[in-house]
Design a protein around this ligand. Structure first.
Ligand code: M6R
Length: 365
């Protein structure tokens, strides 16, 4: 039931504060996380992990790409991420003490399931499924399971499933950091950030009117570029996927530092460039990339915190984001991109909840 919402997608976007709260329930104490929810000896097994392979498709793959930044930085564990359709058909080299993590909303995606089955025949320390459907094949077949509590997601475009996957992955990162006895500040900061997250997400949802306005000028475009750096690069990838999926506008994401290596040639006044620009350690680098875009007449749309001090000039639109803790920033900055693609699709009159040619769950290859 859509309730008062025009589309399931919009309803699901607005359900995110609750979905995040539900996903975190019973997982956080004041200064540690409850690793026992994975199993009785989990903390000891987490301690042994030296490598992580993450395998997933589509939006769930993007969640994995964000997590790689967290896992390597905060837990000090080497991590690689791959789309399941590639992973399942190649010979994978598995170093000692590697955990395989699959991520899926449905738990029935054919390639992801095949990847898990393949992995179970390799020399992994264990397998973990992060999934939104408790009784799914993926959850039944994985060694460990970490359930997201997004509730049913009807819209084909994944929204609340993605942000709750990120929440589960940040929880996993914290659990690994704890098992590896990393600095307690890392664990405490993540717990604080996760606890504040639902309120912050509520706040960002209030930006909808400004984003709706922005969507008007966007809808006549044929192409768009999304830029980010660090963990906001996969957030940009997810923003581009969302836009192409429901509005059929061709969108591509680049790590902002790659701009000069090719895509800058595309930039002109007809090319909107969306930048995901939180106030983090990479902001200054990103700013110089954005100047390159402006110098070529590109229309810039910045999602940035006021404190970032990005220059305003003609052709530059800002959406002011609240200040956020670094670790949850990729989650928070996902929201305006969901709202942007939703409103662009509305202006274009496409079928938001059931985009052409796509199925909610891809159970065949
Ligand atoms: O159910 P899964 O998470 O395994 O699905 C994977 C992809 O098919 C899915 O995320 C797809 O990319 C979304 N429709 C994108 O919004």
């Amino acid at each position: 039931d859509k309730g008062d919402y025009r589309h399931y997608m919009l309803k699901e976007i607005y359900e995110q504060p609750q979905a995040i709260t539900d996903t975190l329930a019973g997982k956080l104490a004041d200064d540690h996380v409850f690793t026992s929810i994975l199993g009785p000896d989990a903390e000891q097994q987490l301690h042994q992990i030296e490598n992580i392979h993450i395998v997933a498709c589509g939006t769930s793959y993007h969640a994995g790409l964000v997590a790689r930044y967290w896992i390597e930085e905060q837990a000090g564990i080497a991590c690689q991420v791959e789309v399941a359709s590639e992973y399942r058909y190649r010979t994978v080299s598995v170093p000692a003490n590697t955990l395989l993590v699959t991520i899926s909303q449905s738990g029935e995606t054919a390639d992801t399931l095949a990847a898990l089955r393949y992995a179970k025949k390799q020399n992994y320390l264990g397998t973990l499924a992060i999934c939104n459907v408790a009784g799914s094949s993926l959850v039944r077949e994985a060694g460990w399971r970490l359930l997201t509590q997004a509730g049913p997601e009807i819209g084909v475009a994944s929204t609340k499933a993605f942000t709750t996957q990120l929440v589960a992955l940040l929880w996993l990162t914290t659990a690994l950091a704890q098992a590896k006895q990393r600095a307690p500040e890392i664990i405490n900061a993540n717990i604080r950030a996760l606890r504040n997250l639902p309120g912050l997400v509520e706040q960002v949802l209030q930006l909808e009117p400004g984003i709706e306005q922005l969507a008007q000028s966007f809808a006549s475009k044929h192409h768009a570029l999304f830029l980010g750096r660090g963990p906001h690069y996969p957030v940009a990838m997810e923003g581009a996927l969302k836009l192409k999926e429901i509005s059929y506008i061709h969108a591509e994401a680049y790590a902002a530092g790659e701009l000069k290596h090719g895509p800058l040639a595309l930039v002109d006044e007809d090319m909107p460039v969306v930048s995901v620009a939180p106030s983090d350690s990479l902001l200054e680098k990103l700013k110089s990339n954005l100047e390159e875009v402006r110098a070529r007449g590109g229309q810039l749309i910045n999602f940035a915190c006021e404190r970032a001090g990005l220059e305003t000039s003609e052709g530059v639109t800002h959406i002011d984001m609240p200040w956020v803790y670094d670790s949850v920033s990729p989650i928070v900055y996902t929201l305006p991109l969901q709202l942007l693609s939703y409103h662009v699709a509305l202006v274009k009159g496409t079928d938001v909840d059931k985009p052409r040619n796509l199925a909610k769950s891809v159970t065949v290859e």
